[in-house]
Every structure is written in structure tokens, then in C-alpha cells.
Design a protein around this ligand. Structure first.
Ligand SMILES: *C/C=C(C)/C=C/C=C(C)/C=C/C1=C(C)CCCC1(C)C
Length: 277
């Protein structure tokens, strides 16, 4: 599926987007670590996991970026012209899947951790979500590296089954525990779930592009862009919303903490639970 050549514009677009992903993941990770003291200890695990996810992604995007610049070169004088794949080097799509294999279960853990549900409920949710996530990515990888569209389609379809199961658990089963969350964060948690649905939904769509009869290099560029933008939203923005939830829950749980963290006026308003932080 990796094209033999890219135009200058295609090459530049991917180059810049990979660079943007590295910056987003790296600095979101650092930001989340710096913010740890701003939430109660019971929510720090969720925040730490969010920071680790972005850190792992930053590392993999370094590798993806290097793999990309080593695989495609131009022979044009002055370096502007079509880029072709170097003999003996190829773009490694494996980094992405190894990244997902680690980060997707951790993203689910983040969500479950910030909800701070009873230990038994947490364990039950994770024991179903994590294996389903691993299966989804393993099956997707087989399809991604397959050289024909039929194999790609079959494994894409198989991979969608555990994907559907994950969405079912998140939307049907988790809804019940939402009622036990403080009033002030329910809306934000629903928003987080919608973000998860919207961004995770981009991956199977991007995966489909090469099978839709779009010209080889355009489909591949579209797929890389789709995965990259979705990675920024599903890891960085998601992590920042987790932080917001953790902070709001910290205030709801502990008046003293809210009083030291907020101005007097905001803390009083919060007590009346009319204000959103
Ligand atoms: C940070 C990375 C994330 C959140 C990755 C999520 C990936 C998926 C939801 C991938 C799903 C796929 C299918 C549902 C079918 C086709 C193959 C995949 C692996 C692209």
C-alpha cells in the first residue's frame, strides 16, 4: 500500500503533519506532568497515564518521522521534485500499530481511572475493554500490511467486531455509572465519550481509503493525515479533558482543596455548584 513516489506537495504535507504530532504529544505530556499537583492524589493515576500515553506517542512519531524521511528521497537538483522510495528502505507502518497496542488500552484505563469507580467495577470493565482493544489492533495490523485489498477488507471487518464491542461497553454499560458522578462533571464526561467516538471513528475510515479506488499516493497521504490528526485529538485533547474532569472532581470531593486552588469568589460559587471551572 505504500506508494512508490510522492509529489513535493504530498511529501511536504506529511513531513509537516508528523512534525506537528511530535510537538503536540511531547508538550501535552510535559504539561500533564506539571499539572499533577493541581488535582487530588486519587486522580493522579489518570493524569499520569494520560502523560505516559502522549509520551509513548511522541516517541513513536519520532521513529515514524525518521522512517519517512529515510524512505523517501528526491534526486531533483536543489531537492525539489518528486520523492521516490529508496531501494532497501521502506516506511515502517509497524511503529503506528505498536504505538496503538500500548496506548489504546492505556486510553481506556485513563477513562476508567478518572471515574474512580468501585474497584470491582473498574476491574470488570478493564478485563473486557483491554483484550478487545488488543484484538482490534492485532487484526487491523494484518490487514494494514496486506498487499491486496481483499485481505485488507476482511481483516478490517474482523477488527471492527472488537471495536463495536468496545463502543458498546463504553456507551451502554458506562452510562449506568455516570449517575454516580458529581453533577458538575457529568456533562464533561459525556463530552469526553463523544470525543472518543468521533476520533476513534476516524481510524477505520482512514483505513478504508486505499480500498475506495482513490489513486495510490493520494489514498496513502489521506490515511497518514487521518491517523495523525486523530492521534492528536484522541490522545492530546482527550488527555486535557481528562485533566479538566480530574480537577473538577477534586473540587467537588474536597472543599478545602477547592478553597486553596480557587479565588474566594469561585469557591463560593462552586459550593452552590453553579459554576464550571
Ligand atoms: C491513539 C490511538 C488510537 C486511539 C487508535 C485507535 C485505533 C482504532 C480505533 C482502530 C480501528 C480499526 C478498525 C476499527 C478497523 C480497521 C483497522 C483499524 C485498526 C484501523
Amino acid at each position: 500500500m505504500i506508494p512508490d513516489s510522492l509529489s513535493q506537495f504530498q511529501f511536504d504535507t506529511i513531513y509537516n503533519v508528523f512534525s506537528l504530532v511530535i510537538a503536540s504529544q511531547l508538550f501535552t505530556s510535559i504539561f500533564l506532568i506539571i499539572c499533577l499537583p493541581r488535582v487530588l492524589p486519587r486522580y493522579r493515576q489518570a493524569l499520569t497515564v494520560a502523560a505516559v500515553v502522549c509520551g509513548i506517542a511522541a516517541y513513536h512519531y519520532f521513529r515514524i518521522f525518521t522512517s519517512f524521511t529515510e524512505a523517501f528521497v528526491t534526486e531533483a537538483v536543489g531537492g525539489r521534485g518528486d520523492y521516490v522510495q529508496v531501494a532497501g528502505a521502506s516506511f515502517n507502518e509497524g511503529y503506528r500499530y505498536v504505538d496503538w497496542l500500548l496506548t489504546v488500552p492505556l486510553l481506556l484505563l485513563e477513562l476508567v481511572a478518572v471515574l474512580a469507580l468501585a474497584r470491582k467495577v473498574q476491574a470488570s470493565l478493564l478485563s473486557r475493554l483491554v483484550p478487545a482493544a488488543a484484538l482490534m489492533i492485532a487484526l487491523g495490523y494484518v490487514g494494514e500490511v496486506a498487499s491486496d485489498n481483499l485481505t485488507r477488507g476482511i481483516f478490517g471487518l474482523l477488527s471492527s467486531l472488537p471495536f463495536a464491542y468496545i463502543l458498546y461497553v463504553l456507551f451502554v454499560e458506562l452510562t449506568r455509572s455516570l449517575k454516580r458522578q458529581p453533577e458538575s462533571v457529568r456533562k464533561t464526561i459525556s463530552l469526553l465519550r463523544l470525543l472518543l467516538l468521533a476520533t476513534w471513528g476516524v481510524y477505520p475510515i482512514a483505513y478504508l481509503l486505499p480500498g475506495l479506488g482513490i489513486d495510490g499516493s493520494d489514498a496513502w497521504v489521506g490515511l497518514q493525515l487521518g491517523y495523525s490528526i486523530a492521534d492528536i485529538l484522541a490522545k492530546c485533547l482527550y488527555g486535557l479533558i481528562i485533566y479538566r474532569i480530574a480537577r473538577m472532581k477534586s473540587f467537588a470531593d474536597d472543599d478545602g482543596f477547592a478553597a486553596t486552588e480557587l479565588s474566594v469568589e469561585d469557591a463560593t460559587n462552586l459550593k452552590r455548584s453553579t459554576v464550571e471551572i
